[in-house]
Design a protein around this ligand. Sequence first.
Ligand code: PRP
Ligand code: URA
Length: 205
Amino acid sequence: MALTIVDHPLAGTMLTALRDEATPPPLFRLLTKRLSLVLAVEATRGIPTATRTVTTPLAETQGIAFAAPLVAVPILRAGLGMLEAVTELFPEVAVGYLGLERDHATFQPSTYYSKLPDIGGSYVLLLDPMLATGGSAAAACASLYGAGPARVTLLSVVAAPEGIRRLEEEHPSLDVVTAAVDERLNDQAYIVPGLGDFGDRLFGT
Ligand code: PRP
Ligand code: URA
């Protein structure tokens, strides 16, 4: 599994503001979108391209075009906060949705919604800001890999070592791009220091 920790100062300052418990939902949403733009740029560095001829006002020249279909799959709810960044960068992207909810006592995810486009041969950007135990991301990957994508990259805001280890074991071909790897999980399986419950902070619940 390839793990990329984005160390650009822009990502670091936005993540710091997201961690701040005083950051209210409107600013939290804005920062989530902006940080997701940075993560999406990093996550699509290796997307295949093909030559495209273009005519400038002065001459014909060779440029590039994306050569692989791109699919974004946010994990509801929190992943929705990352979606607009991807659709703005890649307007042609197809979007699928996975609704997963973690049980508060067992921390096991259950699926309550699934609507995926054809992802065979596609580059899939799986959007979920928190990688804690890894249960939700692993369940999402099991659905996605069954449909034959060319590549799946998880975009995460904060990851725990426990979740990274689990994904390495269960989905070694997954790529992960994150803004931070934190210290540990607490006994409620929240990431420490983390930023709290991402979905609640995003949607003000
Ligand atoms: C949160 C988060 C991830 C998941 C991570 O979702 O958005 O999807 O927990 O935890 P894990 O790695 O231990 O599975 P939650 O289930 O709280 O749902 P929500 O996004 O609707 O708040
Ligand atoms: N989900 C969250 O929203 N935050 C955590 O710290 C762990 C799981």
